[in-house]
Design a protein around this ligand. Sequence first.
Ligand SMILES: Nc1nc2c(c(=O)[nH]1)N[C@H]1C(S)=C(S)[C@@H](COP(=O)(O)OP(=O)(O)OC[C@H]3O[C@@H](n4cnc5c(N)ncnc54)[C@H](O)[C@@H]3O)O[C@H]1N2
Ligand code: MOO
Ligand code: MG
Length: 673
Amino acid sequence: MSSTLRVGVLTTYNATLSVSDTASQDPAADTSGPSLCRLVEAEPRYIVEVTACIPDDHKAIQKTVTAWCDDLDLHLVLTTGGTGFGVRDCTPEAVLPLLDRQTPGISHLIFAKSIQITPFAALSRAVSGIRGQTLILTFPGSPKAVKENFEAVAKMLPHAIDLARGGTGKKTHEKMQGGPRPSGTTPAAVEEKGQTESSHSHGHEHGHGHGHGGHTCFHHSDREARTDAASLGLGTPVSRRLRKSPYPLIPMDQALSSVMDRVVPLPSVQKPVDGLLIGAVLDEDVVAVEAVPGYRASILDGYAVIDTDGPGQYPVTAVSIAAASSDGSATTLLPGQIARITTGGALPDGATAVVMVEDTLLVKSSEDGTREETVEILAKVRKGEAIREIGSDIQVGQTVLKKGQVISAVGGEIGVLASIGVQKVLVRQRPVVGFLSTGNEVVNHDNGEALKMGQIRDSNRPTLIAATKAAGFDYFDLGIAPDSPEDLEAAIKGGLAKCDIVVTTGGVSMGEMDLLKPILEQKLGATIHFGRIMMKPGKPTTFATVPNPNGGQPRLMFALPGNPVSATVTFHLFVLPALRKLAGYETYMWPSVQAAVAHDVRLDERPEYQRAVVSVTPEGSIKVQSTDKNQMSSRMVSMLGANSLMVLPGRTAERDSISTGQKIECLLISNLG
Ligand SMILES: Nc1nc2c(c(=O)[nH]1)N[C@H]1C(S)=C(S)[C@@H](COP(=O)(O)OP(=O)(O)OC[C@H]3O[C@@H](n4cnc5c(N)ncnc54)[C@H](O)[C@@H]3O)O[C@H]1N2
Ligand code: MOO
Ligand SMILES: [Mg+2]
């Protein structure tokens, strides 16, 4: 069993609730999804890799659970919600047909524990089982029930997961037992012994004490018990929105590998050798089928000689000016003869060296004075001197370029390919990225009109498009979409049809107009791999994979935060490396240097990517300076002149700043200043 167990947490909610349904509910209460994530991640062996919050919809539940089991091959899928008696509660009905095998023992164990706490546990219709190698448990929709249910199975879960994946479960079992398992002890029996009493709260999926003096109600459905039941759903009244993000705050390195592990380089195509090839990554070794030079060529302007003739006066019997030979053959030099030759001219057969004109004297010219007839060779020359032999630059059969090599803008690769007559090469397709700005307040930066109260100019799209162009990638400008589900869905779908990556900015945080996450999950069938990162700026950065409307590899979707600096920084940290990997680059992350900070830097509680200028001092050391003391994510001026992002760790009790002169890692996102 791998050391980390990858978990998916699916929260379902009733999207048809009206505002009045929430009247008696405690809006500050936690939600079951985030509670479950916290419970799971309290155990270091688990990592919540994906979460989703979707309506109580049979098909939507099946789609998500199937994708998590079959595509993501998670170890464990936990659902919360939809297990009660409510008319819309359909999680068991959705999940049951997906199971290859049911695990009634686990369901009974949960039931046995829950019924000790409240008789209303009898109203849970939760199921559990295995699909492929993934264990699936369905929990009710209240945080308390979720806690009790999870605690009921917590000790046994790793063992169950191990068995579901074909393991023997021996290790886990021994660990649980504090030693090797005595033969004949069943996992269930072990579990019973290992259980601790969970707190006797009354929280269960069908109603309890919030605001109602402990009322319990048999017929209440799952949704009503979710006293916290706000949601991130579309069409859900703001009063019912989630008050805590259901997306776990994951560390940056996890977010980066979550993205990069899902980026598969694009297929390859034959492309002509020309300037459009710059930036492309070769997907084949290129072997020379022509030699360079293709004939014995002179390096100098002078005389082709036979070295053994030595210094002396010789008749000039032939001329070789660099040009194609009219009959395809070379002239022949006999001992005692020399030939006039220019740089690049073909050597006559028999010539063994070239003497430069500066090392000769004219002895006799023709009668009309136009031709050299006799020339004196002043110095001795060595055999082979000033001759480029056939293939001395590139031999036939030599591998000149390697698969994976980038066709640089410097010119070397194009030059070599051209010199050996290669007309087409196999290169990775270049990805295309689409940019969509979102927000009712956002207007085109160049519309020429004065801004109305509440409007802002779209700085994100021009910024990201410019950075994309500079990196040599193609893009589609998808314009601006207002904060309406229909407009956003249509604009993103348009982008997905023609772009390998779609990047949106705005609408990913906690506001009622922040619709990107629910649209991705509920309208586009996307799998959100993360929705929040422990970083500054860029906390709500969202990454999803979306089914490709044209078939093939899923599309990648980055829903970046709207704040301009957050959008720009996360674009550099995630999108450009993803584009480079898609394009086949083997090195796709930014290079970094250690630089001494030129001033004290205060640390934020979140690991921070501060905009900075890295430079080389006259003494040759590398220093770094923040661009701006006030590094707010809305202040685009903090990007001015930045060539680097300082990688600052989060503040700890031991360290709250970096002192002047201390070295810090800096990512180089542009040339050194
Ligand atoms: N209750 C909470 N509120 C916020 C949180 C949070 O955790 N809880 N996170 C904050 C953080 S951090 C960020 S970053 C932002 C992200 O906001 P959104 O991605 O939802 O973006 P919007 O709300 O649409 O816009 C934010 C900001 O950016 C301006 N904007 C949007 N698009 C553009 C554009 N194309 N060009 C220029 N400026 C743009 C927009 O007008 C807003 O001022 O959320 C915090 N809130
Ligand atoms: O994380 Mo946000 O991007 O700070 O403003
Ligand atoms: Mg917002």
